[in-house]
Write a protein that binds this ligand. Structure first.
Ligand code: ASP
Length: 330
């Protein structure tokens, strides 16, 4: 990670700066003075990666330092979260994660970190609708037909996801429970590669963010059944909601947020938060998100406090949903 890559001399300079009598208590006056890494817990080209790359450049501009986006894949995003939890709390290693940050404690026996205790929140970024999509030649034309098809095929239909606790996994669980069916789950390191396989016909069905699926939906490269939000998505006006498609129980959207390791000086986290708010107000970012069916959160939500409140509320909510569904941690 970045702090280990800092050449010895700049590390000495950094230590000297931090211990100088002019440095304010808590540190952070000179931050940032070298590259910042934002760790993405899934594959390049997927939806979490896409949103991160949208905000990285405007954030870098406001902070006056380069931002490197690094994909650390594995175990539904928990490998990356564990690495960032153990990174130096200096603001140079930042994690972009999504709803999976709040579900992992209920799904993994030995997580090795605590989302609530080992991280400081920087701010929420965006909340993204999901879509239920399938390989282009899968026979069913509607969500109701898909349910009947999965039943008729005696649960041999395959369902791609990005690992346990990933948004695609959670949405897939909700779909299976709402439809009363079972699919064969096929885990990937991210839904970027999973979508490529779906288009190529190697896997049958997937539930994923519009930030990944919009291009393939509008190009007609996948079969599309529904968006999982109460309202239609303006960039995909032809796609019915799950309620319109007869499955109102399937409601799911994916919130994303930025984190730093616990112990990061509040001044540093505050600078990241201010840069995040500037990026989310950037018209180019707003336009890119709109094209992919989403929007930046309100400025009041791009704050450490609002993000912390969301993480706490979602951790409690999902622990109950997962326990009630009888899903055992693995
Ligand atoms: N959309 C993925 C998920 O299922 C993650 C990703 O590849 O960004 O959580």
């Amino acid at each position: 990670m970045t702090h280990r890559m800092i050449p010895a001399l700049s590390m000495i300079a950094l230590v000297a700066a931090c211990s100088s009598p002019d440095a304010p208590a808590g540190g952070g006056a000179d931050y940032p003075d070298h590259n910042i890494t934002i760790v993405v817990p899934f594959s390049a080209g997927g939806p979490t990666d896409t949103v991160t790359r949208m905000i990285a450049e405007p954030m870098a501009k406001s902070l006056g330092a380069e931002i490197v986006v690094q994909n650390v894949e594995g175990a539904g995003g928990t490998v990356a979260a564990g690495e960032v939890a153990r990174a130096e709390p200096d603001g140079y290693t930042v994690l972009m994660h999504h709803i999976g940050m709040s579900t992992a404690p209920a799904l993994y026996k030995d997580l090795g970190y605590s989302p609530l205790d080992d991280f400081a929140t920087v701010g929420l970024v965006t909340e993204v609708p999901m879509t239920v999509v399938a390989r282009p030649d899968l026979p069913p034309a509607t969500l109701a037909e898909l349910t009947a098809y999965v039943k008729a095929e005696q649960d041999t239909v395959t369902l791609a996801n990005a690992g346990i606790g990933a948004a695609s996994h959670l949405c897939g669980l909700l779909f299976q429970s709402a439809a009363g069916v079972k699919l064969q789950e096929v885990p990937y390191q991210g839904t970027g590669p999973a979508l490529t396989d779906l288009v190529g016909g190697q896997v049958d069905v997937m539930c994923d963010q519009t930030t990944n699926t919009t291009g393939q939906i509008t190009a007609g490269k996948v079969k599309t059944y529904a968006v999982t939000t109460p309202e239609r998505v303006s960039s995909l006006p032809e796609v019915p909601t799950t309620t319109e498609a007869g499955m109102p129980q399937l409601q799911f959207s994916v919130w994303h947020g930025l984190y730093v390791p616990a112990g990061t000086p509040p001044e540093v986290a505050g600078k990241l938060s201010t840069a995040l708010q500037a990026a989310l107000a950037d018209q180019a970012v707003i336009d890119q998100m709109a094209k992919l069916g989403t929007a930046p959160v309100d400025a009041a939500d791009a704050t450490p406090e609002a993000h912390r409140a969301r993480l706490e509320e979602q951790t409690t909510t999902w622990a109950k949903v997962i326990a009630d569904a009888g899903v055992q941690p693995s």
